[in-house]
Design a protein around this ligand. Structure first.
Ligand SMILES: [Zn+2]
Length: 153
């Protein structure tokens, strides 16, 4: 039985109790009918509160399902990537070897990745000491010493 059918049944019982109270009957019957009316009101209130709780639990369940789906999606994305050390103290996240080709290799910022944000390092400039990149989200800068400007041909 759903909640609205239950509430309708309670309403019918409440009307019956009111009918008895309105009639000239035995005072003990009237007293019991008044008591019954009080119980019915308590039941109605209880059911309405339960209905609100069910709605709130249903919403919570939907929210949790959504969070779980997001976490699973991120986990599968995370498993396709790895932390790589470009130079001493310089780390980036990139697709695992078998899933990337070096021509279009994208580097992601490690600290953004830990916050589940896929933020790429953008090329800034290159000098004889290496190449500068900056995270497009948190603006962290890295300096890749392994990729220096050549001295001209
Ligand atoms: Zn970042």
């Amino acid at each position: 039985m759903d909640i609205s059918a239950t509430l309708a049944a309670i309403s019918t019982t409440k009307e019956f109790a009111s009918l008895i109270i309105g009639r000239k009957v035995d005072s003990a019957v009237t007293e019991k009918a008044i008591e019954l009316q009080g119980s019915i009101i308590t039941l109605q209130t209880g059911i309405l509160e339960m209905q609100a709780q069910i709605q709130s639990l249903t919403q919570e369940k939907l929210d949790l399902e959504e969070s779980l789906k997001e976490a699973m999606t991120w986990k599968s994305e995370d498993e396709k990537h790895e932390l790589v050390t470009l130079a001493k103290g310089v780390h980036v996240i990139r697709a695992k070897e078998n899933q990337s080709n070096s021509q279009s290799e994208v580097w992601y910022c490690q600290s953004c990745w830990e916050k589940k944000i896929k933020s790429t390092f953008q090329y800034v400039t290159q000098d004889y000491g290496g190449t500068h990149y900056s995270c497009s989200t948190c603006k962290t800068k890295i300096y890749d010493h392994s990729d220096t400007a050549s001295f001209g041909l």
